[in-house]
Write a protein that binds this ligand. Sequence first.
Ligand SMILES: C[S@@+](CC[C@H](N)C(=O)[O-])C[C@H]1O[C@@H](n2cnc3c(N)ncnc32)[C@H](O)[C@@H]1O
Length: 351
Amino acid sequence: MMADRDPDRGVAGGPARHVPVLLPEVLATLAPRDGGIYVDGTFGAGGYTRAILDAAECTVLALDRDPQAREAGAALVAAYAPRLILRAGCFSQLDDHVAAAGLTRVDGVALDIGVSSMQLDEAGRGFSFMEDGPLDMRMDPQGGASAADVVNALPVQELARVIRVLGEEKRAGAIARAIVRARDTAAITRTSALAEVVSAALGGRRGERKHPATRTFQALRIYVNRELDELAGGLNAAERVLCAGGRLVVVAFHSLEDRMVKRFIAAASGKTGGTSRHQPLPEEGEAPTFKELHRGGLAPGQGEVDANPRARSARLRACERTLAPARGIAATVLGVPELAPLPEARAGGWQ
Ligand SMILES: C[S@@+](CC[C@H](N)C(=O)[O-])C[C@H]1O[C@@H](n2cnc3c(N)ncnc32)[C@H](O)[C@@H]1O
């Protein structure tokens, strides 16, 4: 049975707030077929999942680490029963979820890396400097260190490294020192307080289109959610579960993440030249586990960017699984930086 296809309705029957990015391209690449099994590792508002389920009489195992996304997805699960399985979890463990769901082969994996519009826009989640909220940024608020734990606990040099590497922020040292000075007076627990500290440290760079705190917030979000480790884990888990001919489609919004996907595809497809000087040559006899599709990746057209400005930095990369046994590509080869371990979460939080 086909579910309600009204494009103005969200998965829970309310307004759809997250517009799926590069959706026609994702769908054309996955090419869902009747009887196929697909993993959507980043369910979000269910945009990809719904399109896959509408394209063929197939099954989708969807994952999201965010309890709010899963709660909003319950209506979609009911509408497509029994073809949609929605589970709590991280895509770095997608092969475990496939096994736990009793699925034996996977024909396609889609990963839409990053945060959803719902997460960004809801001040209470603490991802944005545009509105005041608790300094949280956890996609799964039920566990682990929050952004407040990080800014109030990390030693200055470690903090500077996180902001420099994950935010690609040149003045990370000045920002980290300003954060440490501020927290010596009072803990930084609100997004507005952090945004003010960062803006003051950078002296309010005039004439720039971006808010001065953009890069710092991005760095903290990626760090708090261990997004680069997750991506490395997810790519390798996809290599383990996909059947021969199965396709992996990844949409990334950040240059660090896109570079990792590019390196993964280059290493797995045996094309080692030119992507990374750290990339070792494949061992003799190691057959490629993937074949690259869409050489160089796909970017959204101007029409999509005009309609959805959040799509502007998106890049889709894809590859097709071969028969060769999975070999795993090390995180260091993919360029995952070494950073300080996340601090302990403060008992009772900061509010
Ligand atoms: C960009 S949104 C996905 C939007 C979705 N493609 C759609 O069309 O509605 C990313 C979602 O993936 C989730 N997510 C991010 N990293 C994750 C991870 N490592 N494991 C599981 N879910 C993750 C986030 O909580 C968020 O809901």
